[in-house]
Write a protein that binds this ligand. Structure first.
Ligand code: AMP
Length: 160
C-alpha cells in the first residue's frame, strides 16, 4: 500500500489532480474520421478519448490510427476520412479507473500510459495525466522537509 503521508502530499492539489470531462478534448464514436483528424491536429494531443452520444467511454483515438487507413501500396488516399467513422479504427482495449484517488492503481497504470480515463458506471468523467502526478511528486520533493523536519539534512561545509 502507498504510504498515506506520501499519498496525501501527492494529491494535496486535489483540485487539479483529475482533469474533468468538460475540459478534455473528445470525439464521438460516430464522427467521420475527417472530424477526428481535424480535432487531433488542432488540439495537438497524441490520443484523445472517444465517447458515445450518452457520454459513455468507448475508447481512444490517435492520428496514426487514422493515417493507417489512408495508406495504399504506393500512394495515400483521403477517401477513408469521409467513408469511415471513429469506431472503425479506435482502440477499445484501454485501461480505465473509476476512482482517480486510488493512487496505488493510478501510479501503476501511469507507468505505461501518459493518461488514464476515469470511467464511472460507464460514463466518462475525466482523465488523470502523468503531468499532474509529476507535479505532485515535485511537490513532495520540495516540501517534505516542511511537513517532516527529520527529512532535513545538514550540509557539511568543507571548511567546517
Ligand atoms: P500531459 O501529461 O498533459 O502531457 O497529457 C498526456 C496526454 O493526455 C496527452 O498527450 C493527451 O493524450 C491527454 N490529454 C491531456 N490533456 C488533455 C485534454 N485536455 N484533452 C484531451 N486529452 C488530453
Amino acid at each position: 500500500m502507498l504510504n498515506p503521508v506520501i499519498a496525501n502530499m501527492l494529491i494535496e492539489n486535489r483540485h487539479h489532480f483529475m482533469i474533468s470531462a468538460d475540459m478534455v478534448a473528445t470525439v464521438s464514436e460516430n464522427n467521420p474520421l475527417s472530424h477526428a483528424f481535424l480535432v487531433l491536429t488542432k488540439v495537438r494531443y497524441a490520443k484523445i478519448p472517444v465517447l458515445d452520444h450518452d457520454s459513455k467511454f468507448k475508447g481512444l483515438i490517435s492520428l496514426p490510427m487514422i493515417t493507417e487507413t489512408m495508406l495504399g501500396l504506393d500512394h495515400m488516399s483521403f477517401n477513408s476520412l469521409d467513408t469511415m467513422t471513429v469506431k472503425d479504427v479506435m482502440q477499445t482495449e484501454v485501461a480505465t479507473i473509476d476512482d482517480p484517488y486510488d493512487l496505488e492503481n493510478v501510479l501503476h497504470l501511469l507507468v505505461d500510459n501518459p493518461f488514464i480515463p476515469v470511467v464511472q458506471d460507464g460514463y466518462f468523467t475525466g482523465i488523470v495525466t502523468r503531468r499532474e502526478v509529476m507535479k505532485g511528486i515535485n511537490n513532495i520533493g520540495h516540501n517534505i522537509d516542511k511537513n517532516f523536519p527529520q527529512f532535513t539534512i545538514q550540509v557539511q561545509h568543507p571548511d567546517d
